[in-house]
Design a protein around this ligand. Structure first.
Ligand code: PLP
Length: 453
């Protein structure tokens, strides 16, 4: 069974030098949680410049869907790179972009005709959706959610409701955005319990927001992540997205599904919203779409995208090499990886549930497919978040060769490449268990919690 290999204490001498040079020059605004320097990648594995080999359960923040440097994707990139690197879809035509648009239009939920706009990133796709919603409806306001992450450009940042650090000192942001509580049942923003609540977090928008502060006829769109990503890998309850769909339809509000993290096969379906059987008006995708090449897409109902020539465009969106990588990525998803995401995702979740029975620190296990999160708490009764313990575990896992990422206040996300095997999962769980077991300090809360069980 292949395992991580740590040859020298981390970071090793070569990695250290790169980190020092990086610190001199690159923006200090990044949030690197541990000093991994990636030198090369293959499948599930990342090697650093000192020859240490890591098992990657981050996929570069849910991006390398087909695994690092999948040979078919690399071949498609090489072939396209030798033919045409760039010509700009803003002013000219080329086939790679059309082929990918045809594919995405066929895959996105809804039997209606669709149109596609390509971007370079998730945030840029969100910007496009925000602009199109205003343009089409001639309405100004937007509804978004606490815990949502939609990106860091001004429009996308205005919709984001994840961490105050992401917003402080950047104001004024785009006006007209109202945030409401998400369907986060583990920590219900309205302190209700599903299913008795009747999903009041959606009804709240109508019975409170629309009556007291936000006239519904002024709302252009509601943007929602089918499963919140950065905000903590939060899966809303059954019926949630259907209710949002019905509410938005009732008031002529567009429904935008931000599938930047949850889409492109991560949950075992091409788009996560399919788990709820909902057809949004606009879908935005990026991250996993091209296995690591920068690409984003906005897919909409055809009748929505009737903006005038010159009203919106970009230079690099739909770059032919990125499109070739995306077409190959989708082919691999359809042939094998969607199924694997479902099956191995279930296996991973069952293993995490086993760990949660052994370790009180794990307060919640949730997710669909290979978009799985655990939430760490100091006390299961009070659900006090355990961010320090979470950071410690992620750091220890790194030292043992397992790459993990945090999410939310005290969550850990598991978003490996979609070809991850059960053996990879077993290795990861073994390392995670060691990290949980060997935590130096058991908190007073945990001791009390243990006694009371
Ligand atoms: N939307 C969601 C749901 C995301 O998770 C992210 C990034 O994490 C974005 C939008 C922004 O994407 P990008 O970082 O490519 O701009």
């Amino acid at each position: 069974m292949k395992r991580p290999l740590i040859r020298v204490p981390l970071p090793g001498p070569r990695a250290k030098k790169i980190i020092q040079r990086d610190r001199e020059l690159l923006s200090p605004s990044f949030t690197r949680s541990y000093p991994l320097v990636a030198h090369r990648g293959k499948g599930m594995w990342i090697e650093d410049p000192d020859g240490n080999v890591f098992l990657d359960f981050t996929a570069g923040i849910a991006v390398t869907a087909t695994g690092h440097c999948h040979p078919d994707v690399v071949r498609a990139i090489r072939k396209q790179a030798g033919m045409l690197l760039h010509m700009s879809g803003t002013d000219f035509y080329y086939e790679a972009q059309v082929r990918l648009a045809e594919k995405l239009a066929a895959l996105a939920p809804g039997k209606f005709k669709k149109r596609v706009f390509f971007t370079n990133s998730g945030a840029e796709a969100v910007e496009a959706a925000f602009k199109l919603a205003r343009y089409k409806t001639k309405r100004e306001k937007m509804i978004s959610f606490f815990g949502a992450f939609h990106g860091r450009t001004f429009g996308a940042l205005s919709l984001t409701g994840s961490k105050v650090r992401q917003k402080e000192n950047f104001g004024p942001l785009v006006p007209g955005v109202t945030h409401v509580g998400y369907g986060y049942c583990y920590r219900c923003p309205y302190h209700l319990v599903y299913p008795d609540c009747g999903i009041d977090c959606v009804a709240y928008i109508e019975h409170t927001l629309f009556k007291k502060t936000v006239p519904p006829e002024e709302v252009a769109a509601l943007i929602v992540e089918p499963i919140q990503g950065e905000g903590g890998y939060v899966v809303p309850p059954p019926g949630y997205h259907q209710k949002l769909r019905a509410l938005t339809q009732k008031y002529g509000i567009l429904l935008i599904a931000d599938e930047v993290q949850s889409g492109m096969g991560r949950t075992g379906k091409m788009f996560a919203i399919e788990h709820w059987g909902v057809e949004p008006d606009i879908i935005v995708a990026a991250k996993g779409i091209a296995s690591g090449l920068p690409l984003g897409a906005m897919i909409t109902r055809a009748d929505l995208m009737d903006w005038e020539p010159g009203s919106h465009a970009n230079t690099f969106g739909g770059n032919p090499v990125a499109c070739a990588a995306a077409l190959q990525t989708i082919d691999l998803l359809e042939k094998r990886l969607l199924k694997n995401a479902s099956e191995t995702g279930d296996y991973l979740k069952s293993k995490l549930n086993e760990l949660s029975r052994k370790f009180l620190l794990i307060g919640d296990v949730r997710g669909i497919g290979l978009m799985i999160g655990i939430e760490l708490v100091r006390n299961r009764e009070t659900q006090e978040p355990a961010p320090h313990e979470r950071d410690q575990i992620i750091q220890r896992a790194f030292e043992k060769g397992l790459l993990l990422l945090g999410c939310g206040e005290s969550g850990i996300r598991f978003c490996p490449p979609l070809g991850v095997t059960k053996q990879n999962v077993d290795v990861a769980m073994e390392i995670l268990e060691e990290c949980l077991r060997n935590r130096k300090r058991v908190t007073r809360h945990e001791k009390q919690d243990k006694k009371s069980q």
